[in-house]
Design a protein around this ligand. Structure first.
Ligand code: SF4
Ligand code: SF4
Length: 213
């Protein structure tokens, strides 16, 4: 899932202040917490109230898309709803916002969310933790299914730094040491020999650019 948080209401209000007819578009895809129709409606109500305080009234339309990052879906679902719309407020992650900006280049598209990372729920419910940093060279086959790039504070690829205390990261006692988790996991799988293999430095050219499918 892609973990996002709601931007401060004042910031969002500042984006849409020059416009009157605004489409608020949720996304039913992979953002977490959910950012679908219900959240879009709630945001419209909050913005309406906040706008009234500033003596500004908006004409909101509210909708949602199964996956805002899909050009075809975004175009087919949202195009029929664009009549009279002067700006769009997207509840999707940054990828969805950029997709809408491509599909509707004539309209200002504003993000209602800050996008943080690709993650999953921690063992304790309610805590979301980064699990993948999109490095482009997945190591999970040799690290017991635990990502050192996203989960080790230093992104170390060839074992622990030596600062871990009681299984916690030296940089934060709230955080498990990723390499301790990897060790325990490989031990359970009788694969500790994998820890003796050193890995080349990360190739940053493999992430953050583009790949063919
Ligand atoms: S090794 Fe790379 S691709 Fe695999 S989970 Fe970690 S960051 Fe993601
Ligand atoms: S203590 Fe563990 S998680 Fe923290 S930086 Fe060192 S190896 Fe990485």
């Amino acid at each position: 899932m892609i973990v996002t948080t709601q931007k401060p209401l004042d910031e969002v209000l500042g984006f849409i202040a020059p416009y009157t007819s605004v489409l608020i578009a949720g996304c039913d895809g992979c953002t977490q917490p959910p950012r679908g129709l219900r959240e879009a409606k709630t945001l419209s109500q909050l913005l309406e109230l906040a706008g009234r305080i500033q003596k500004k009234s908006f004409n909101f339309k509210v909708t949602t898309v199964a996956k805002q990052c899909d050009n075809y879906l975004a175009a087919s679902i949202l195009k029929p709803q664009m009549e009279g719309v002067s700006a769009v407020l997207s509840l999707a992650c940054g990828i969805g916002v950029q997709t809408l900006a491509e599909v509707f280049p004539e309209l200002p598209i504003f993000p209602a969310q800050n996008t943080h990372f690709m993650g999953a729920e921690e063992r304790e419910a309610g805590i979301l933790e980064e699990r993948c940093a999109g490095c482009g060279d997945c190591l999970l086959a040799v690290t017991g299914g635990i990502c050192p790039v996203a989960r080790c504070s230093k992104g170390l690829l060839s074992g622990a730094c030596g600062g871990s205390k009681e299984g916690k990261c030296e940089l934060s006692p709230d955080r498990d040491c990723a390499w301790c988790l990897i060790y325990e996991q490989l031990k359970k799988q009788n694969k500790l020999h994998l820890l003796k293999e050193s890995r080349p430095p990360r190739d940053y050219q493999l992430s953050g650019w583009r790949v063919t499918t």
